[in-house]
Design a binder for this molecule. Structure first.
Ligand code: SF4
Ligand code: FES
Length: 369
């Protein structure tokens, strides 16, 4: 079988080879770090997601090797596939930085600034995006949207004012549960997530909408207002579950389990389980197993040091390697010079605390005038 030909794509001057059909966003994820555009609506584990929020815009400065013309408009990297020889600019493009600031401004037009009381604070992608690309003030003078309260049942709290209409929760309900009972109703600035006849969302896997929601629009009622995430300690744990992979993260304080979520990767998406499938978890594991004794605790979750959640959870850092010894063929480093040997000022026999008045040149050099 002939080997698949790979496409070369250069993003912010870093070249990577990817399979044809890969999107620019996923190619950038292979490079990682700041080169990767933010994604508020795309979710690699949800089919058809992406193309809604425009936070992932990038500039294509060279279309391909065969047709090097640049693309005239910025493109959504989650929906645009790479071509061989394509050159893309993300953080190296002032146009992209400017457009992203505009997108963030739009996303925040109706979003309330209630981070101090929002359960998503500390793990909110919009909070991060606003911090990195937001402007200090709003130009919006009209009243923000308001909605009638919709009750989504005993487990999930909907704050429609915080929703950015990314559709992730709709795809989650569609693709993970037997029947979807909520969706986006109406259009334009009336669009809202609702159940229409206020049905409870009772499907076994519906709790995963909480994990995919990038903002605090869908939060866990069993955790609501109980703690701030950065005061809790995330632990990897598992149990034998007949419905899901049973591999979770427990958000603990002392021996108390405050919240149970799926495990997330560096992009904030639910990770693959050890069995190879996406690690979605069922409602039983998420909402009903709130005792440490329900779980086999594996140990502390590795939290990125850049996350506010890592506050007070630093891991012991390894001592830096001593390279002097290595380059000097095993000779230990030593002081190359004793300052007292060469300085006329720092003389050991002079005790400044014992002299009367301020120190002058004579104190150090008797021959000085
Ligand atoms: S509720 Fe959350 S996941 Fe659902 S559309 Fe709104 S922001 Fe997206
Ligand atoms: S992540 Fe690409 S448009 Fe939202």
């Amino acid at each position: 079988m002939s080997e698949q030909q790979l496409f070369k794509v250069t993003i912010d001057n870093i070249t990577v080879e990817v399979a044809p059909g890969t999107t620019i966003l996923n190619a950038a994820r292979q490079i990682g770090g700041e080169v990767t555009p933010p994604a508020m609506c795309y979710y690699s584990k949800l089919k058809d997601s992406g193309g809604k929020c425009r936070t992932c815009l990038v500039e294509v400065s060279k279309g391909s090797e065969k047709d090097p013309r640049p693309m005239p408009k910025l493109v959504a990297s989650c929906r645009t596939t790479v071509m061989d020889g394509m050159e893309v600019k993300n953080i190296t493009s002032p146009r992209v930085i400017d457009a992203r600031a505009g997108v963030v401004e739009f996303l925040l037009i109706n979003h309330p600034l209630d981070c101090p009381i929002c359960d998503q604070a500390g793990e909110c992608h919009l909070q991060d995006l606003g911090y990195e690309h937001g402007k200090e003030e709003t130009r919006y003078e009209f009243q923000r949207r308001s909605f009638h309260k919709v009750d989504l049942g005993e487990y999930i709290q909907l704050h429609m004012t915080r929703c950015i209409l990314c559709y992730r929760c709709v795809y989650t309900a569609d693709q993970l549960t037997d029947s979807r009972e909520h969706g986006v109703l109406d259009r334009g600035d009336h669009a809202q997530i609702a159940t229409m006849i206020q049905k409870n969302l009772k499907n076994d896997f519906i709790g995963n909408v909480i994990d995919v929601c990038p903002v605090g629009a869908l939060t866990d009622k069993t955790f609501r207002f109980k703690n701030r995430v950065w005061f809790t300690k995330p632990m990897d744990a598992h149990r034998d579950c007949s419905k899901c992979c049973g591999e979770v993260q427990l958000w603990m304080r002392g021996d108390e389990v405050y919240r149970v979520t799926a495990r997330k990767d560096e992009w904030g998406e639910v990770k693959e389980s050890s069995k190879g499938s996406t690690g979605w978890i069922c409602n039983d594991c998420r909402f009903d197993k709130k005792h440490a004794s329900d779980w086999i605790i594996e140990g502390p979750t590795n939290v990125s040091r850049h996350s506010v959640i890592s506050a007070n959870h630093y891991q012991k850092l390894e001592q830096p390697k001593e390279t002097v010894t290595e380059v000097m063929n095993g000779i230990e480093p030593r002081l190359f010079m004793n300052i007292h040997d060469v300085s006329e000022v720092n003389q050991q026999h002079v005790q400044l605390s014992l002299i009367d008045g301020p120190a002058t040149g004579k104190v150090f050099n008797k021959n000085a005038d």
